[in-house]
Design a protein around this ligand. Structure first.
Ligand SMILES: [Zn+2]
Length: 184
C-alpha cells in the first residue's frame, strides 16, 4: 500500500499531505497569500517592463543600472563581468561605464523573459533529461516492484514519463519521493 507522499508547500515550505494530486498549497490561506504575492510581483514586473521599454532597442552599450534592470541581475554581477572581461565594456569616466548589451543577452537569455512568465510556469518542473530519469525496469528493480505496479503508480500519481526507443523514463526525483513515502 502506498500513502500519498507529502509535498512541500511552495508558499510556507511546510510539508503537507495533498488532498489531491493537483494540490499545490497546504491550505486555502497559503493559496490566497501566494496569489496576492503573485499579483504584487506582476505589478512590479509591469513597472520594470515599462522602464525597459524606455531604453532604445538599438542602444548597443548600456549603463550598469540599465543592465541590472533588463537582465534582472545584481550590481555586483555586472561589475564582476566587466572586471573579468566576460562582457565588453567601455569606460567613459566614473559612473560612465557602458556594457555590451548583446554580450549580456548571451549570458542571461532567460532574463529577457518576464519574471511573471517564469513564475506562472508549471509549478512542478520536471527534469526529463535521460540522466535524471529511471527506466521502468530500473524502478522495479530498485524498489522491488513489478513493472505493472510501477506503471499503475505512475498513472495514479500523475508522474510524467517520456519514451525513448523501447524504454519509458520517469524523473528520479519524483520516483524517489514517491517510493520513499511507502508505508507498509
Ligand atoms: Zn503553506
Amino acid at each position: 500500500m502506498i500513502k500519498r507522499v507529502k509535498r512541500e508547500c511552495p508558499h510556507c515550505s511546510e510539508l503537507f499531505t495533498p488532498k489531491t494530486v493537483t494540490s499545490v498549497y497546504c491550505t486555502e490561506q497559503c493559496s490566497k497569500r501566494a496569489y496576492q504575492k503573485r499579483k504584487t510581483e506582476e505589478k512590479k514586473e509591469l513597472r520594470r517592463q515599462s522602464l525597459i521599454a524606455k531604453i532604445p532597442a538599438d542602444k548597443t552599450f548600456i549603463t550598469v543600472p540599465e543592465a541590472i534592470l533588463i537582465f534582472d541581475i545584481a550590481k555586483t554581477t555586472v561589475y564582476r563581468l566587466i572586471k573579468n572581461k566576460s562582457v565588453p565594456s567601455v569606460n567613459e569616466g566614473s559612473r560612465l561605464i557602458r556594457v555590451d548589451r548583446q554580450a549580456l543577452e548571451k549570458l542571461f537569455p532567460l532574463s529577457t523573459k518576464s519574471k511573471t512568465e517564469r513564475i506562472d510556469a508549471n509549478p512542478f518542473v520536471y527534469d526529463l533529461a535521460k540522466e535524471n530519469c529511471y527506466t521502468i525496469g530500473e524502478i522495479a528493480q530498485k524498489f522491488q516492484l513489478h513493472d505493472t505496479s510501477v506503471y499503475k503508480h505512475i498513472r495514479k500519481y500523475s508522474i510524467p514519463t517520456r519514451q525513448i526507443g523501447n524504454y519509458v523514463y520517469a524523473p528520479k526525483s519524483e520516483i524517489d519521493k514517491l517510493y520513499n513515502g511507502i508505508i507498509n
